[in-house]
Design a protein around this ligand. Structure first.
Ligand SMILES: [Zn+2]
Length: 175
């Protein structure tokens, strides 16, 4: 990943020994050296044979850095944790909701529970056992997901600050 490169600059030597900087867009033009001599800038094709100016610009600076890595990392954490939390919420253990049932059904259910005490014990026992675990898991996952959001937000803000600070002038030192 590279930024748009700056136009290439070449060095056009003069008989006096000076090297005059010429840009590609000046191809075919005539420039004047400091010594007073007129120099014909070669065509684009021949210009490529000239000595190129080594530009220490941000042109070659990769846009991928630790901030981008952190943003990706945070986004990944949030996605995975949130997905798992949603799964936990959907798959959480539930006792049959008696209030949502018809009175006849409720009566039937209670009769069933009274007659089958063993099953009742098992069902409620499992429920009681699983609920704290599910609540803990969901809570932890939600906290992790929030942590991921914090990482993404912080990294984005830091990256934006860094970009503003840099203003296209070389690599900026961190805050
Ligand atoms: Zn000259």
């Amino acid at each position: 990943m590279r930024r748009v490169p700056v136009p290439a600059t070449y060095l056009l030597p003069c008989t006096c020994g000076r090297k005059n900087q010429v840009e590609v867009r000046q191809a075919g033009e005539t420039i004047q050296c400091e010594c007073g001599a007129s120099l014909e800038v070669p065509t684009m094709l021949k210009m490529a044979e000239l000595e190129k100016v080594q530009t220490r610009q941000t042109a070659g600076r990769p846009t991928w850095g630790p901030h981008q890595a952190m943003i990706l990392f945070g986004a990944l954490i949030t996605t995975v944790a949130a997905g798992m939390a949603v799964y936990c919420i959907l798959a959480r253990p539930r006792l049959p909701d008696i209030r949502a049932q018809e009175p006849v059904q409720t009566l039937y259910y209670w009769r069933f529970l009274r007659n089958d005490t063993d099953r009742r014990t098992i069902t409620e026992g499992k429920y009681a056992e699983n609920v704290p675990l599910f609540r803990l898991a969901t809570g932890v996952l939600l906290v992790v997901a929030c942590g991921g959001v914090v990482i993404v937000t912080t990294s984005t803000v830091m990256l934006r600050k860094k970009k503003l600070k840099a203003g296209g002038e070389g690599p900026a030192s961190g805050p």
